[in-house]
Design a protein around this ligand. Structure first.
Ligand code: PLP
Ligand code: COI
Length: 357
């Protein structure tokens, strides 16, 4: 049976930004620095299940200093964008995929699984009050960040009995300051992101915390992002994006691994490539295959993809003692165009990927 919708209590933000102040932010939103006027908050407890759904003014969260998330990192999140179409309507892209991934992350982090219906409703409720924050400029969107954490005040190490789920939203332009110009990637040989049986496939804060030092190493070496290897020397993913390789014959290859995020952008790109009649391979890719493939001309493009990054070509791979310029070509940009044309409603959504809000 379908779940009855939650009844949200809505408290309007009386100190909401003026339309003029909002428009000024939307003119150049950057990424992740500005937030809308409201947020969604749903409580969960062992006894009460999901309860007290609210839309309230965006603002600080009050937490007990013993809240388990602050000590043991029991937290998960999602990243999804809302796009404004030319007719003014607002759409998200495959949101049920994010809802299902949040459930998989929840299972791994011993958090409760938010029903897909509640996830979708939480996004609808936020857009209902903050829809004016969805920008209409080129490559702009409203980045939605659903997240869930253990708020029970208890220092024993066990899954928390009280949990909070929130959704906040942040108007977004390009993730990289350079826009879609190719980025340079630092190969982290010293640090790994995830291990077999670990939390690599879950979207949990700890994975990103672990990526910060290698990411800092990337910056120190003049690179934009870090790419991780697994213990066997196979390519995993970047700190916040999946990676794809294009072969000379047009085949798309992307790492198959149980310790990377199951990227919705990547999965969609693979589907678009299959629609074009291209061969798609998900299999282990070693660093040697990458470097030799580029050297021999067998690999003709390398690109990163994710909700925040969309599709961004990789222009160089740098490691301790080497720097390989990466070939760039047409496929990454043409897939980027097709994907964003669907997301922004410029071409027909034949896959049924859009979800109108
Ligand atoms: N890999 C990591 C580590 C990420 O943080 C992200 C971004 O969410 C991705 C891959 C790409 O996933 P998606 O395309 O679902 O945004
Ligand atoms: C996303 O793309 O949604 C992410 O979570 C990645 C992060 C680098 C912003």
């Amino acid at each position: 049976a379908a779940l009855a919708p939650l009844e949200f209590a809505v408290t309007k933000n009386l100190a909401a930004k003026s339309p003029a102040a909002r428009e000024q932010i939307l003119a150049d939103p950057g990424f992740g620095t500005h937030f809308t006027d409201h947020m969604v908050d749903i409580c969960w407890s062992v006894k009460g299940g999901w309860h007290r759904p609210r839309v309230q003014p965006y603002g600080p969260i009050s937490l007990d200093p013993a809240a388990a998330v602050l000590h043991y990192g029991q937290e998960i999140f999602e990243g999804i964008k809302a796009y404004r179409h030319a007719d003014g309507s607002i759409h998200t892209f495959r949101p049920e995929q994010n809802a299902l991934r949040l459930q998989r992350s929840a299972r791994r982090l011993a958090l409760p699984e938010l029903p897909v219906e509640y996830f979708l409703q939480s996004i609808r409720e936020l857009i209902a009050v903050d829809g004016a924050w969805v920008p209409s400029g080129e490559n702009q969107s409203l980045y939605l960040r659903p997240f869930m954490f253990a708020k029970e005040a208890f220092l024993g190490v066990r899954p928390a009995n009280k949990v909070a789920y929130y959704v906040i939203a942040s108007p977004a332009g390009s993730y990289f300051t350079g826009g879609v110009k190719p980025v340079t990637i630092w190969l982290s040989e010293r640090y790994q992101r995830a291990a077999k049986g670990g939390t690599g496939a879950a979207k949990t804060g700890g994975n990103y915390a672990a990526s910060l030092l290698p990411q800092a190493e990337a910056y120190e070496n003049g690179c934009d992002q870090v790419v991780f290897l697994d213990a066997d020397g196979n390519i995993e993913e970047l700190g916040g994006m999946n990676i794809l390789f294009v072969k000379k014959d047009g085949t798309l290859v992307t790492p198959a691994s149980e310790t990377i995020l199951d990227g919705i952008t990547r999965n969609s790109i693979l589907e678009l490539a299959r629609d074009r009649g291209l061969t798609v391979e998900q299999r282990p890719v070693s660093l040697t295959e990458w470097r030799e493939g580029v050297a021999s001309g067998d690999i003709t493009e390398v690109f990163a993809c994710g909700t925040a990054a969309v599709i961004t070509p990789i222009g160089a791979l740098k490691g301790a003692g080497f720097e390989d310029t990466q070939p760039t070509g047409e496929l990454a940009l043409s897939l980027r165009e097709e994907l964003t044309d669907i997301q922004y409603g410029r071409i027909e959504d034949t896959h049924g990927w859009l979800h109108r809000l």
